[in-house]
Design a protein around this ligand. Structure first.
Ligand SMILES: [Zn+2]
Length: 174
């Protein structure tokens, strides 16, 4: 992966001229810069939110319907919209993927995600509580199910989600 241009962007989104890689001494970073209008393309990681939800001591996981990692399981999760708080993302994504209504409780962890082929991610993980709703997979999920921590599926997508489950397992062992 080209770290400054993982999606192979070519053109300036402001003026349409061709972007060029340039070392910016002040920032000590090579970035994509527009030679015409001076626009600097900052390739920042994208914030995403995941939620830990238990019912009867089982954790809720979602089976991915789309690329990347089709068929693998994750916590209910998704990318933040531009006008959302992270708590709002947690509630919206859980509703979209599982049809459950939740309350966001407290922050569990913030973990880096360097293994998503689309973009580097900052994953914000909350503990949540299920308030209601009938469990059913949404548009971007092929299945939603509760799993015992000692009987998790082997194919968990993304290292950050695996790390969360390992942290929960460690806690449960104590
Ligand atoms: Zn430009």
């Amino acid at each position: 992966m080209n770290e400054i241009n993982p999606r192979n962007f070519k053109f300036c989104p402001v003026c349409g001229d061709r972007l060029k890689e340039k070392y910016l001494g002040e920032e000590q970073h090579t970035r994509l810069v527009c030679p015409n209008c001076g626009f600097i393309f900052y390739m920042n990681p994208t914030p995403a939110v995941a939620v830990i939800l238990f019912r009867d001591e089982k954790i809720l996981l979602v089976k991915r319907k789309f690329k990347p990692k089709i068929g693998d399981w994750t916590l209910p999760a998704g990318f933040m919209e531009y006008d959302e708080t992270s708590e709002e993302t947690a509630i919206r994504e859980t509703k979209e993927e599982t049809n459950l209504d939740i309350e966001v409780k407290n922050l569990f962890a913030v973990l880096p995600g360097f293994d998503d082929s689309r973009v580097h991610v900052v994953l914000i993980i909350y503990n949540g509580e299920i308030l209601g709703g009938d469990l059913k997979p949404g548009d971007d999920a092929s299945d939603v199910r509760f799993f015992s921590l000692d009987d998790l599926p082997g194919n968990i997508a993304f290292s950050a989600h695996r790390e969360v489950l390992e942290m929960l397992l460690e806690k449960a062992d104590k």
